[in-house]
Each structure stands twice: as structure tokens, then as C-alpha cells.
Design a protein around this ligand. Structure first.
Ligand SMILES: O=c1nc[nH]c2c1ncn2[C@H]1C[C@H](O)[C@@H](COP(=O)(O)OP(=O)(O)OP(=O)(O)O)O1
Ligand SMILES: [Mg+2]
Length: 196
């Protein structure tokens, strides 16, 4: 099956390719080149739907299977920041490093060495003009420093429940078992089984 990912995030693309080893996975950039979808909705679902629908329209083939992912990390002790603003926490086009530094300063302001946090992923599928959405979550805590180089984004600051290391220091096999993205994609595969 040919699947087109409506994402420009390299970390997500690597994970989707590992999670879909038996499918032909393309990124939208390989098909239509550079394109930016404005993420102006107020939920992961709103932005995931917008990204998948806009890329599906741009590609212009009814039979294309387009999959988007809108995701982020929520820290209840910081009034649920950064949430849907995770990618632009430190400003438009902020790097992962800059976003992590901002989260670290926010935690330090509140003297929080560690606190509960969770990742959310909403995956939207668009096929034959119809849109389907599924969600997945991963629970754990964030710490006020970055440890390890594995993963991407906030992973060096995130310790999943049941572990004592950050995702920066855990192999991808662990993240693959429990991640918000893996869980959402399991549901997305069930949707594809039904609609294709
Ligand atoms: O597994 C994850 N491990 C670490 N960090 C993560 C993860 N999942 C999402 N995140 C963070 C990265 C980014 O700061 C934000 C996603 O923002 P989000 O708009 O969905 O993605 P993006 O702008 O990087 O790429 P795109 O919109 O093209 O899919 O949450
Ligand atoms: Mg984005």
C-alpha cells in the first residue's frame, strides 16, 4: 500500500517508516515539494485534520492515502503547556533545542525537578475525500534537563512510566512499544483495514 505522510518532521518520518515496514511510505515533499500548512486550529485533532486534508487536496489524486500527525507534550503543572504549541513553544520555527530550553526554564521557575507529563498524537487519514481520526497517548514525567541523544523533540526530557531513563537514553524499541504515535497508528491501521 502507498501511504503519503503529510509531515515535514524528520523524527516523525523515521518513526512512521519503522512502524510501517511493509508499506511504501512517501513524504508529501517527495510528491509536491515544499509546502507549509498553517496550524491555526485549537486542538491536535483540528490541526491533524487540516494538515491531512490540505495535502490531500494539493496532491489531487482521489486514491491517495494521506496520513498526518499532530502531536505534542502536555505538562499539567505548567497549566498544560506547551500542548498544541509544542513545536512553536520557543517561537515560530523554533528548533527542538530551543523548545527544550524553554521547557527547562519554565520547570526551573517553578522549582520542578520532575513533574507528570504526557504526549498526545492525533493521526488523521484522508482517503477518497473522507477523513478519519484516531488518538494515542504516552504518560510519564518530564525532568529539568536533557539526557541522551535518541529520539527527537522533547524525548531527552521525557521518562515514560515504568522506566528510569529518558527516551533520549532508551532504545527506539521501547518507545515503539508505548508511544502515543505507535498507539494511534495501531488504530489507524484498523481504520485502513476497514476502509480500503
Ligand atoms: O514522539 C515525540 N517525541 C518527542 N517530541 C515529540 C514527539 N511527538 C511530538 N513531539 C513534539 C515535537 C514538536 O515540538 C511537537 C510536534 O508538533 P507538530 O506540529 O505536530 O509537528 P511538526 O511541526 O514538527 O511537523 P508537522 O506539523 O509537519 O507534522 O511535539
Ligand atoms: Mg507542525
Amino acid at each position: 500500500m502507498k501511504i503519503i505522510l503529510a509531515t515535514g518532521n524528520k523524527g516523525k518520518i523515521d518513526e512512521f517508516k519503522k512502524l510501517l515496514p511493509n508499506e511504501e511510505v512517501f513524504t508529501f515533499k517527495e510528491i509536491i515539494g515544499d509546502y507549509e500548512v498553517e496550524e491555526d486550529k485549537d486542538s491536535f485533532k483540528g490541526n491533524a485534520v487540516k494538515k491531512a486534508q490540505e495535502i490531500y487536496e494539493k496532491i489531487g489524486s482521489k486514491d491517495a492515502i494521506v496520513i498526518s500527525d499532530d502531536s505534542g507534550i502536555t505538562v499539567p503543572a505548567l497549566n498544560n503547556e506547551p500542548g498544541i504549541y509544542s513545536a512553536r513553544y520557543a517561537g515560530t520555527n523554533a528548533t527542538d533545542k530551543e523548545n527544550n530550553s524553554k521547557l527547562i526554564s519554565k520547570l526551573k521557575e517553578k522549582n520542578l525537578k520532575e513533574t507528570e507529563a504526557y504526549y498526545t498524537a492525533c493521526i488523521a487519514i484522508v482517503y477518497k475525500g473522507y477523513t478519519y481520526t484516531v488518538h494515542g497517548w504516552m504518560y510519564g514525567k518530564v525532568i529539568d534537563k536533557e539526557i541522551g541523544e535518541n529520539g527527537f523533540g522533547y524525548d531527552p526530557m521525557f521518562i515514560p512510566n515504568g522506566f528510569d531513563k529518558t527516551l533520549g537514553n532508551l532504545p527506539y524499541e521501547v518507545k515503539k512499544e508505548f508511544s502515543h504515535r505507535s498507539k494511534a497508528l495501531k488504530l489507524a491501521k484498523k481504520v485502513l483495514d476497514i476502509i480500503l
